[in-house]
Design a binder for this molecule. Structure first.
Ligand code: ADP
Ligand code: MG
Length: 483
């Protein structure tokens, strides 16, 4: 047993999701990403004296949706609190957040790792406002501050320390990102920072019952980097313990470029936020009718869709999982099967041809030229033997390049229609057999492999338009007759 195997990994994640509301959490300022710096800042965002924040109802509804989707208890009365700290990107000197009574408590995220299903318990989800953004790179002498982000709504999702490996952490964040995209509450884009994850990591000897000191690692800009940062931190901690040292409780920043981390602050200078109730905002009260209405308005969630795809369309768990991993893909699937009942073929097209095409040319569904009903047309042509499966791929390729004609029209134009005309087929077969009299003899003397040669020859003569099944049958019949 190596030293690393003696230890158990303990991880709790804090995930911040930026809500895609039109306006900020307490003000009417716009929220779009990439606007001219400091162009979306009202007196409320700046916290000037005498202003009053007002909760954006869209934030509340999106928080409730996520709480329902994650099986949380929704606190029908919940409170905002001031989290006090001084920082240049926080003009008010405090952040409006939630503390003792957040909107959601409990709940869980269900993950599957190595075919094992596990529920990761949630501590809470709370609403809060984002801070502004400092920029230390644009000017050699000054730090610049853009306050457009100040007041953008966030949901912070805090897990219990239930996660036991970096793979589980990876699956957890992937699952959350999938959910917020399904719910259409956040774009889940970690690269742009609209979803951010802090990892709290500790290790302990297997069998040990108390948790040890944890280290919070920040600044990972992708799910892959969350996993990397955890792996690096776990190794650092085990190496320290094995060297007889202790792990300090601290906050570290991950450097994606070289996979190392450095200390931001230790416990000694940890924040004391002096939370107190936000006096400018009344308690949030959620009526039962509102809860019911929101529940009724929610889209089907991926795990429900997956079950539905398996039971209603007889898809394998594997196919159903792949399709429901992404909202756009499952929507596309639902559209294809409005035009065909070959559910399996529709799943295959999505999971193979379409996905690899999108990946190859690096575009998303938004820019994908082929419409779901066109895919259904191709499926139909294959099913009724009009085209072969390789012909179908050529039709797909033509459509993906923008060809607007129907699958049938394209098949005709590209001469992909398989010939069902027995006379014509007989003719080609006759020609092929005449071309290779020796090979015919060989075949009759038992060299059955020569059949492929004749098939190839007929395919050449028919420019690929022969239906391989019919051709094979007819060919065997002819060879029989000749012997
Ligand atoms: P804080 O308010 O200082 O951020 P919390 O108690 O809210 O502290 O914990 C933050 C996160 O740290 C939670 O996700 C929690 O699960 C996780 N956590 C707490 N203790 C440990 C530990 N010993 N090892 C790993 N993660 C931990
Ligand atoms: Mg924390």
């Amino acid at each position: 047993m190596s030293n690393y195997d003696k230890y158990e990994i303990v991880i709790g994640l804090e995930v911040h999701t930026q809500l895609n509301t039109k306006t900020k959490i307490f003000a009417a300022d716009e929220t779009d990403f990439g606007a001219e710096p400091n162009s979306h800042i009202s007196p409320i965002t700046l916290g000037l004296p005498g202003v009053l924040p007002k909760l954006n109802n869209d934030v509340l509804e999106k928080a409730i949706k996520l709480g329902i989707a994650l099986n949380c208890t929704i606190n029908k009365e919940n409170h905002f609190a001031r989290k006090n700290y001084f920082y240049a990107d926080l003009p008010k000197g405090y952040q409006i957040s939630q503390d003792a009574l957040p909107i959601c408590v409990g709940g869980f995220v269900e993950i599957t790792v190595h075919d094992e299903v596990k529920k990761i318990a949630l501590t809470r989800i709370h609403m809060e406002e984002d801070a502004g953004k400092n920029n230390h790179e644009l000017d050699p002498d000054f730090s610049l501050i853009d306050l457009n982000r100040a007041g953008i709504p966030l949901l912070e999702i805090v897990s219990e320390p239930d996660i036991r490996s970096s793979d589980e952490a990876y699956a957890y964040v992937t699952e959350l990102r999938k959910l917020v995209r399904y719910l259409d509450i956040c774009d889940g884009n970690m690269e742009e920072g609209s979803m951010r994850c802090d990892a709290n990591v500790s290790v302990r000897l297997k069998g040990e019952t108390n948790y040890r000191n944890r280290v919070e690692v920040k600044n990972m800009n992708s799910i892959r980097n969350v996993k990397r940062a955890i792996d690096v931190e776990v190794k650092r901690q085990i190496d320290l313990y094995e060297a007889g040292e202790v792990v300090e409780q601290e906050t570290r920043s991950f450097n994606q470029a070289d996979g190392t981390s450095f200390s931001l602050r230790t416990k000694e200078n940890a924040h004391d936020y002096r939370y107190f109730p936000e006096p400018d905002l009344p308690p949030v009260v959620i009526l039962q009718e509102k809860l019911e209405a929101i529940k009724a308005s929610m889209p089907a969630l991926p795990n429900v869709l997956k079950q539905q795809f398996m039971s209603a369309y007889q898809l394998s768990a594997y196919d159903a999982q792949l399709i429901t991993d992404d909202k756009e893909i499952s929507n596309y699937y639902l559209q294809i099967i409005q035009h065909t009942t070959n559910y399996k073929a529709a799943a295959n097209w999505l999971n193979n041809e379409i996905k690899s095409y999108l990946k190859d040319i690096d575009i998303s569904f938004v820019d994908f030229a082929v419409k779901p009903n066109q895919i259904a047309q191709i499926i139909q042509l294959v099913d009724d033997n009009t085209v072969s499966s390789s012909g179908a791929k050529l039709i797909f390729k033509s459509m993906a390049e923008g060809n607007q004609h129907t699958a049938k029209e394209i098949a005709t134009a590209l001469q992909l229609v398989q010939t069902n005309n027995a006379d014509e087929l007989s003719n080609w077969i006759e020609q092929a057999l005449q071309k290779y009299p020796d090979k015919v003899k060989e075949y009759q003397n038992g060299k059955k492999g020569n059949l492929n040669l004749f098939i190839g020859e007929v395919m050449k003569l028919s420019r690929g338009s022969s239906d391989p099944k019919k051709l094979t049958a007819l060919l065997q019949e002819k060879l029989q007759e000749k012997s």
